[in-house]
Design a protein around this ligand. Structure first.
Ligand code: IMP
Ligand code: MG
Length: 184
């Protein structure tokens, strides 16, 4: 890396750019196999999905549409507040559609269990969940992803779209944030 003033805040690298790229290619192939004849609609959960979604839809290589939804449950901390709010709604009709929800990380499960109900109530015919990361040790809701990129330990991670207080999303790999960054 030529220069970065973010690197100093990373405790250790969990997954390198190369490892992520390889895994995302595999996930794209799996989605193609399952969905290429179903005209699916990808629903990215902003903001954390933006880099993963960009790579995943190109890896999947199938005729499909994209949409985004934004939710907030975090108040700039590292722990879920439990309450989920939609801050940007879908712009299209999802009645009868097969949805592929794309999320950066499944942690407590509050966000995705709320979203899954919400999307089914809006008339989707199916909702699959694809998450880049899964932190099963912190789950509060009985919710499972259909495709998981990597499991991560109970530590706060950033990079490849994941943030702390809206920063570090552009770290190109996935790393553990030094606790002193958020404990000050
Ligand atoms: P959940 O509702 O607790 O499952 O949290 C989902 C959201 O919390 C994710 O979309 C992330 O935005 C955020 N989140 C949870 N754990 C982490 C982490 O380790 N790093 C960055 N964001 C996280
Ligand atoms: Mg986030």
């Amino acid at each position: 890396m030529y220069k970065s003033n973010m690197e100093q805040d990373i405790l250790r690298v969990l997954y390198t750019q190369e490892e992520i790229q390889k895994r995302v290619e595999e996930m794209g192939e799996e989605l193609y196999d399952k969905y290429h004849d179903r005209d699916p609609l990808f629903v990215g959960v902003l903001n954390g999905c933006f880099i993963f979604m960009a790579d995943l839809v190109r890896a999947a290589q199938m005729k499909s549409q994209l949409e985004f939804i934004a939710v907030s449950s975090y108040k700039n901390g590292t722990v879920s507040s439990g309450a989920v709010q939609i801050t940007r709604d879908l712009q299209c009709d999802i009645t009868g559609r097969d949805l592929i929800v794309v999320e950066d990380i499944l942690d407590s499960g509050n966000t995705l269990s709320y979203l899954k109900d919400y999307l089914m109530n809006r008339g989707a015919s199916s909702v699959s969940i694809v998450t880049l990361l899964d932190k099963p040790s912190r789950r509060q809701k009985a919710i499972y992803a259909d495709i998981v990129g990597f499991e991560v330990p109970d530590e706060f991670v950033v990079g490849y779209g994941l943030d702390y207080a809206q920063k570090y999303r552009n770290v190109p790999y996935i790393g553990v944030l030094k606790p002193e960054v958020y404990n000050t």
